[in-house]
Write a new protein. Structure first.
Length: 278
């Protein structure tokens, strides 16, 4: 889970054109716990109802959005402010990646938990103008394919929200879903291996005797890498039992060649051996 105790940054859309875009931005925001949506000079008649429909359940953000006439008014209560742009600008400002923006905002709020940050996004077609960008502390530019770098408004917000969320997210990078089972204990795995080794020895697979210990170790290592569950162990042991019942032991002179052929990866010679023996 991510830490929601830190005040999330405000998302400020400047000159948004379409209600659908505002709605999809709200949807992107709420996925990552961003709830402060601010609109600066949206296009007149931006179709509130279409924004609600496009929000796909994030309607509360549309209903509670804040409306401003200028960027200065929209950001007056904020601390660290970042402007997003894909173009080079003729001004001296630090240029940060989305990940660095998120880390910087989190770090600043450790120092002052009540001071909220903000991220500026410009109109879909033209982006932020230089006057709006000049009010920001830093610029954020997303590393993209230099031959084609085109994100729509909701995608850009989604990307920034994801980075913000990830900085404090404690979800393990890898975890195994285990419905109705649990990881196998060492005792269960060792017992399964002893069962398997006994069957392999009886079938003649672990041969010649001088190589048997090394072969057994390799098989044991392979099974430990599999991270077996308790259900896996029970299934595996059932498979071993089934295979052991089939040859009736490697001592049967008629079945022994068949077992040996299969253990070498060859096709089962089947009944031909038994007919030849007759």
């Amino acid at each position: 889970m991510s830490d929601f105790t830190t005040k999330a940054p405000a998302i400020i859309l400047v000159g948004a054109q379409l209600g659908e875009n505002i709605g999809t931005v709200a949807r992107a925001m709420l996925n990552f716990g961003l709830t402060d949506l601010r609109l600066v000079r949206p296009r007149e008649g931006w179709q509130y109802e279409r924004a609600l429909k496009a929000s796909s359940g994030a309607s509360a953000l549309i209903e509670n959005h804040k409306l401003f006439d200028t960027v200065a008014e929209a950001t007056a209560d904020l601390g660290f402010l970042v402007a997003t742009t894909a173009r080079m600008r003729d001004m001296v400002k630090p240029v940060l990646t989305p990940g660095k923006v998120a880390a910087e905002m989190r770090a600043r709020q450790v120092e002052n938990a009540d001071l909220q940050g903000g991220i500026l996004f410009g109109p879909e077609r033209t982006g932020l103008d230089n006057d709006d960008i000049s009010m920001a502390d830093a610029i954020c530019r997303v590393p993209l394919n230099p031959e084609f770098s085109s994100l729509n408004l909701a995608q850009a917000v989604l990307l920034m929200g994801y980075e913000w969320f990830q900085v404090a997210d404690e979800t393990p990078e890898v975890r195994h879903e285990m419905p109705d089972t649990r990881p196998a204990t060492r005792a269960e795995v060792n017992a399964m291996f002893a069962h398997l080794e006994s069957g392999l020895s009886a079938s003649g697979f672990l041969a010649p005797p001088a190589k048997a210990p090394a072969m057994a170790r390799n098989i044991r290592n392979m099974l430990h890498r599999a991270k077996l569950t308790e259900q896996d162990v029970r299934t595996f042991r059932g498979m071993i039992n089934s295979l052991l019942r089939w040859p009736r032991g490697a001592k049967d002179p008629l079945l022994k060649p068949r077992v040996a052929a299969i253990s070498r990866g060859e096709l089962d010679p089947g009944e031909n051996i038994e007919k030849d023996a007759e």
